[in-house]
Design a binder for this molecule. Structure first.
Ligand code: WTA
Length: 651
């Protein structure tokens, strides 16, 4: 880490916003002063950007800390705020989504059409017995119906849990069982890499373990053959399309649960992160307005994330729709039919704001600047990054090759748990530095502290904390308040700080640089994956006696999963690396597939039996080994190294 720190200190490039951008920006430097003067009044102003059925009586009730209540007593309907009110305001003909399927088919859906679709889907869910408070699982490709399904749930006050379409049947059933969803919305399949990838078959397999699921609503997208359970499975076009296009939205309490989003923790069991309605929508809408400078009448906004992750929830669905954005939505992979796909679409649709992840940017770097340079990207005016630390080189490439040195780049730090962006430049205000998320947004309080919870001075490194509650903060882990308190609030209980789990440093100006996770959570292509989860998947295979997993630095994906396994009774199989990779794919999903599997005779452990991941990471990254004196038997590392050349199995 010290090497990273000294590199950062030398970063002297500054990129102030272009004068024309600053002059027209949605939010100016005054916002910081306003929030500093009265933080709660500032958030009240932001909440007033929404339409409330009943006003709140108290801005923040922190008496039940760490479970906050924001805008207590207020009532609103999230779907009404995202759709109906724009139609009522005369914007029914404005396109909400320009959608493009991977094969090239297109749809444009106006706010008026979206309203009808959401009402029909809500009516259909009511017919399927969904009531306020019931959980609905959504396992879908990137198609407009996914947004419609989420908004229909929100309209009914039925919390959704969207499970990323790349997850396996086991991962899906774990999530359905954890939140006890009785209805699942899915599609037959979706397009990925030029072919239909089945979703319904995965649901069928998952539901073998979920006997309480009574209805599966299936959108026809891929046209692939699917199994059918009569009485349980219904087609969307049979049930939704015949519904009336009116549905009266009921107002719910600001604290009514909006959704549960599962994310990896340091143990094997994923955490169901719970989000509220009023506070969540207030902050996603405000941050989308402030950080992306969205002009609803002019911009075409594209967030390239998957809806199955928090970024998709907050910045494809809720934030942009609350702000009446016109968004672009794309179903497939960036290199289908070839590497020009994204840039060709940006050129054709004249997209003006792009939000993506460093791993995607680095992949494009690998494919070569000549690919985007073959396109007219002059419509772009703002670029955003999210999901992992962006290295200065990728930041500069993004700015110059994609942004033509003209677009502000906003590196946005936040998490599933924070619900919305927390640390980021304001594009019309901040003179950015390549690789830094800069400062907390107006109304947000973040700091970098040492082990004792004391703020580090400028130039120092430590642990990132959030020192005051914020509107879109998670209201807990579904069904596990104790784990919520322990994971995020115990470490700095005396100070009342929220532990984000990230290391960070303040540079000499006090600007924040994120340095990656401080726990055993890997970040692979912006996906959070716990080492424990992959280890559990590996040892669930009959050939594996023991497994240790580390995230090794990878030039494209940020980190890559490297697994060290001890086989049972020397069960040597030439094909074992492939077998185990397939096994992990089946257990968790392709995103958790190890890049490399190393068969080893022993694992390095401390005297207390804790696996020394730091040493394994050194091996995985081919570094010189660090200190091994705490090992039970330091010759273990020699054994491991000796074994490597023959055992490493790469794709
Ligand atoms: C990391 C994604 C550095 C961080 C929105 C965090 C980042 C985790 C950044 C949350 C960034 C996200 N710079 N690191 N701009 N954005 N991270 O829950 O480690 O999928 O804790 O939310 O991603 O990942 P999650």
């Amino acid at each position: 880490m010290s090497e990273t720190l000294s590199n950062l200190l030398r970063e002297e490039r500054r990129f102030p916003p272009p004068a024309s951008f600053a002059a027209a920006a949605n939010v100016t430097a005054a916002a910081y002063a306003e929030a500093d003067a009265d933080r709660l009044a500032f958030w009240e102003t932001q909440a007033s950007r929404l339409t409330w059925a009943d006003p709140w009586t108290e801005v923040l009730d922190w008496s039940g800390a760490p479970v906050a209540k924001w805008f207590a007593g207020g009532r609103l309907n999230v779907a009404y705020n995202c759709v109906d009110r724009h139609v009522e305001d005369g914007h029914g003909d404005q396109v909400a989504f320009h959608w493009e399927g991977e094969p090239g088919d297109t749809r444009a859906i106006t706010y008026a059409q979206l309203k009808n679709m959401v009402c029909q889907a809500a009516n259909a869910l009511v017919e399927l017995g969904v009531r306020t408070g019931d959980r609905v699982a959504i396992y879908m490709p990137m198609i407009p119906e996914t947004v419609v399904a989420m908004l229909a749930c929100a309209r009914l006050g039925a919390p959704h849990t969207v499970v990323f379409g790349g997850f396996s049947a086991t991962a899906l059933s774990d999530r359905i069982l954890d939140c006890d969803a009785r209805v699942v919305i899915t599609a037959d399949g979706g397009y990925r890499r030029g072919a239909v990838s089945g979703l319904k078959p995965v649901v069928d397999e998952a539901l073998q373990r979920c006997p309480d699921v009574r209805s599966v609503l299936v959108v026809r997208r891929g046209g692939n053959d699917v199994g059918w359970t009569p009485g349980r499975d219904v087609w969307w076009h049979d049930v939704v399309d015949r519904q009336p296009v009116d549905h009266a939205p009921e107002a719910f309490d600001a604290e009514h649960p909006l959704f549960v989003m599962y994310t990896s923790g340091t143990t094997g069991k994923p955490k169901g992160i719970l989000h509220s309605s009023g506070g969540y929508l207030t902050q996603v809408a405000y941050t989308h307005h402030a950080v992306f400078d969205l002009k609803p009448d002019d911009d075409l906004y594209w967030c390239g994330a998957d809806i199955g992750w928090i970024t998709g929830h907050s910045y494809i669905v809720y934030g942009p729709l609350a702000n009446r954005a016109t968004s672009f939505l794309y179903e497939g992979t960036p290199n289908t039919p070839d590497e020009h796909r994204w840039w060709e679409m940006i050129e054709r649709y004249r997209i003006s704001i792009l939000y993506t992840a460093p791993t995607t940017i680095r992949t494009f770097m690998k494919w070569g600047a000549e690919v985007p340079e073959a396109h007219d990207l002059s419509s772009l005016r703002l670029l955003g990054s999210v999901g992992e630390p962006i290295n200065p080189e990728a930041w500069m490439w993004y700015r110059s090759v994609i942004g033509g040195d003209r677009c502000p780049v906003v590196d946005t730090w936040w998490q599933t748990e924070t619900g919305a962006i927390m640390i980021s430049p304001l594009p019309g205000v901040t003179a950015t530095k390549p690789g830094s998320a800069m400062t907390a947004l107006p109304g947000i309080e973040a700091d970098v502290v040492d082990n004792e919870g004391r703020p580090v001075p400028n130039g120092g490194g430590g642990i990132l904390v959030l020192t005051e509650p914020w509107p879109s903060m998670t209201r807990g882990i579904w069904g596990d308040l104790a784990r919520f308190k322990e994971t995020y609030w115990e470490r700095f209980a005396a100070e009342g700080f929220y532990l984000a789990g990230d290391g960070a440093k303040k540079d000499d100006d006090g600007d924040i640089w994120l340095l990656g996770r401080i726990d055993d959570v890997m970040n692979v292509s912006g996906h959070r994956i716990s080492t424990t989860e992959v280890e559990s998947a590996l040892v669930s295979h009959s050939s594996v006696a023991e497994a240790a997993v580390v995230g090794a630095t990878d030039p494209t994906t940020g980190q890559a999963i490297v697994a060290f396994v001890i086989l049972r009774g020397g069960a040597a199989d030439d094909d074992i690396a492939r077998v185990l990779r397939d096994h992990v794919t089946k257990e968790i999903g392709p995103i958790a597939k190890p890049r490399q599997i190393m068969v080893v005779p022993e694992l390095p452990k401390t005297r207390s039996g804790k696996i020394m991941r730091r040493l394994l990471r050194d091996v995985a990254e081919n570094r010189q080994l660090g200190d091994v004196t705490t090992l039970t038997d330091s010759s273990v590392m020699d054994l491991i190294r000796d074994k490597l050349p023959s055992a490493a199995g790469e794709d």
